[in-house]
Design a protein around this ligand. Structure first.
Ligand code: ATP
Length: 349
């Protein structure tokens, strides 16, 4: 069992607040992703769990034990970083074995554990090679195997895929997901990549400037973003957001009018996703706009249109063909609209 409780964790350097009142229980075997832009405090949060950084305030409890005063080596957590941290003079076998030596695991267990961990990340054929003789993806897998071999209670992963090229990132991502399923180890994973977060996480924590914005399953966060920051950070393309006024259930924005919305009168931001807009025949749609750009995605065609003063994404069928500058019209079904308070950005339910 390795439940992790973070009880009102704060990290301050002088007057600068790096992490502000982080309060969360991470369930045993959960895959939790900390997501946010550069500088939002996700690495610092993870380093506090690892013991590489002291919390200014708050309690960190792993498996029922307060660990604030424990050294990293006594916390039973294994870390994987974006820089693989391999020993260049040791071959793959010895790199993977290293944590067992440090931890004084009985020698007679080493070989079996190294071979089991290396098989899990499909490195069996490379055990004799030095890190310099491996590709980036293979090095990252050595780093993973070195974490796995310890059989820790907790995995902490800090952007482990960010040094890999796009294709390798996708395959290694799938491997990490499969490993976490097999090993059933509580995992905290840091990334600024929302696709990584959505594909890997049981729950995602979205952070901004040290503050948690929302905690939820990928579906929760995608379908019910708590504020405009989360709405624009999750999803590709980002959610379309339009400022305007709600009056008697009708949203009026720049050349846009949508009736039948719930909510009190006042300034609001209306949000909808590209895939939720539906193209209409001729000029029958709620919104008419000229095409700004067309991107063929293979399984769909992504249109960007200029609606009033802003660019809006609309997903069309893969066979949709038009030219830049053509006028299209589309509808935004009321049921899929998101409304946010214009001032605070908070979701209005
Ligand atoms: P990135 O994706 O760029 O790694 P991050 O979300 O992981 O970003 P952190 O590394 O946790 O961000 O940093 C959070 C904030 O704390 C940043 O603004 C950073 O500049 C600041 N910070 C980090 N370490 C220190 C330090 N030792 N002293 C002062 N400020 C720090």
């Amino acid at each position: 069992m390795a439940e992790i409780q973070l009880r009102n964790i704060n990290k301050r350097w002088g007057s600068f607040v790096g992490v502000d009142n982080f309060d969360l229980t991470i369930a045993d075997q959960e895959f939790l992703v900390l997501l946010g832009p550069s500088g939002c405090g996700k690495t610092t949060t993870m380093r506090m769990i690892a013991g590489l950084e002291d919390a200014t305030e708050g309690e960190i409890i792993i498996d029922g034990k307060v660990v604030n005063d424990l050294d990293p080596k006594d916390r039973d957590v294994a870390m994987v970083f974006q820089s693989y941290g391999l020993y260049p003079n040791m071959n793959v076998y010895d790199n993977i074995r290293f944590p067992l030596k440090v931890r004084k695991v009985p020698e007679n267990e080493h070989d079996e554990r190294v071979r089991r961990a290396s098989a899990m990340v499909e490195l069996d054929e490379f055990l004799h090679r030095k890190p310099a003789e491996l590709s980036g993806g293979q090095r990252q897998r050595v780093a993973l195997a070195r974490a796995i071999v310890r059989e820790p209670n907790v995995f902490l992963m800090d952007e482990p895929l960010s040094n890999l090229d796009a294709k390798l990132r996708v395959s290694t991502r799938a491997q990490i997901k499969n490993l976490s399923h097999e090993l059933k180890v509580t995992t905290v994973y840091v990334t600024h990549d929302q696709i990584e977060a959505m594909t890997l996480a049981d729950r995602v924590v979205v952070m901004k400037q040290g503050k948690v914005q929302q905690v939820g399953t990928p579906t929760d966060i995608y379908d019910h973003p708590a504020n405009t920051f989360v709405a624009s950070f999750i999803g590709s393309p980002a959610m379309n957001l339009m400022d305007g006024t709600l009056s008697g259930g009708t949203f009026s924005g720049d050349k846009v009018s949508i009736a039948g919305l719930p909510g009190a009168d006042g300034p609001v931001t209306l949000g909808f996703r590209a895939e939720d807009a539906t193209l209409a025949e001729g000029s029958a749609g709620q919104i008419m706009a000229p095409i700004y750009t067309i991107e063929l995605l293979g399984d769909a065609t992504m249109l960007t249109v200029r609606a009033g003063g802003q660019l809006v994404s609309v997903k069309a069928h893969k066979e949709f063909r038009a030219k830049i500058g053509d006028m299209i019209s589309f509808n935004v079904p009321v049921a899929i609209c998101h409304l946010f308070d214009k001032e605070s950005g908070t979701r209005i339910d």
